[in-house]
Design a protein around this ligand. Structure first.
Ligand SMILES: Nc1ncnc2c1ncn2[C@@H]1O[C@H](COP(=O)(O)OP(=O)(O)OP(=O)(O)O)[C@@H](O)[C@H]1O
Ligand SMILES: [Mg+2]
Length: 291
């Protein structure tokens, strides 16, 4: 028998086609066209209200698009509902563990909902609790966990049924730097084992170190797309920061020589440094992250 998933092997894992969502007169997402490759870690960036969560909610079939559609591993959202449910794991922006259940029971419940056989469930729970370093807390209530532990448990839960795509909506929001790096390692490890990952973040350095490509959203639209290096090149690789009473002015240059020349003509305090993805982001969205 031919394996369906191997037939679906090549090309894109996720394809958005003019995906749009309107809430009353709020246009949350407008005509998104985007292809995400198999095995890619893709990051969606954008200010509050840009439409990132709405996009993920449509792709994971928690809300229906107003128009347009999307394919996941070749299956169309809301049409091939149960096939897509098997393909995807979801870690939502807000904590939604069952706090009255233990870590183990949270995973058990998810396994049952996915109709995993008992033996497979037991094995997978063991494996995943070890994977997210919560094996010694298996029997503690999820409600008693710290933010980082809850987040790791949510990731384990999303992985229970062996999905091929993982959606992570702000996986490291509010976590300390060590815990954040642990989650990065977890994401990298899953990805090296073949998982396609779509995540959103407000931490630009997170996108820069973790994502193969990023898309920047603003007011429901995709306004930039590329690898972090491509996006930086587009804005200019060297930045001159000139401080003055009226605020800091940022100017982008293709190389250090041009930057030095400009800086030399300036009387204020200036700093010359390499551009980072945050500079590009601010330049494109015209606002600081989170504004
Ligand atoms: N259920 C809803 N009902 C009405 N409006 C909604 C709903 N969900 C989202 N919106 C609106 O859609 C827009 C996009 O919201 P969304 O949550 O997708 O943004 P986001 O990019 O995830 O923002 P954040 O970075 O703050 O998480 C906002 O204007 C928001 O108010
Ligand atoms: Mg959001």
């Amino acid at each position: 028998m031919v394996n369906q998933s191997s037939l679906r092997g090549a090309g894109q894992m996720i394809e958005l086609r003019q995906l749009s969502k309107q809430y009353g007169n709020i246009q949350a997402v407008t005509g998104l066209d985007l292809k995400i490759n198999r095995g890619e870690i893709f990051g969606l960036l954008g200010p509050n209200g840009a439409g990132k969560t709405t996009t993920i909610r449509m792709l994971t079939m928690l809300t229906r698009p107003s128009s347009g559609t999307a394919l996941i591993n070749g299956y169309e959202i809301n049409r091939d509902f149960s096939k897509i449910k098997k393909e995807i794991g979801v870690v939502p922006q807000h904590m939604n563990l069952d706090e009255e259940l233990t870590a183990r029971e949270n995973l058990e419940l998810h396994g049952r909902l996915h109709k995993m056989p008992r033996f497979q469930r037991q094995q997978r729970i063991q494996e995943l609790l070890a994977y997210v370093e919560l094996a010694d807390r298996a029997h503690d209530l999820a409600g008693k966990f710290s933010g980082g532990m809850k987040r790791r448990l949510m990731i384990a839960r999303a992985l229970m049924h062996y999905p091929s795509v993982l959606f992570l909506d702000e996986p490291t929001a509010g976590l300390d730097p060590q815990t954040r790096r642990k989650i990065w390692d977890l994401i990298r490890r899953m990805n090296s084992e073949g998982m396609t990952v779509l995540l959103t973040t407000h931490y630009i350095e997170e996108a820069e170190v973790l994502c193969h490509r990023v898309g920047i959203m603003d007011r429901g639209r995709l306004i930039a797309l590329g690898t972090p290096a491509e996006l930086k090149k587009r804005a200019g690789e060297v930045v001159v920061e000139a401080f003055s009473r009226s605020g800091t002015e940022y100017r982008f240059f293709a190389n250090r020589e041009q930057a030095l020349e400009y800086a030399g003509s300036h009387t204020e305090n200036v700093v010359i440094r390499e551009a980072n993805l945050e500079d590009v982001y601010v330049e494109l969205t015209g606002r600081k992250v989170g504004d």
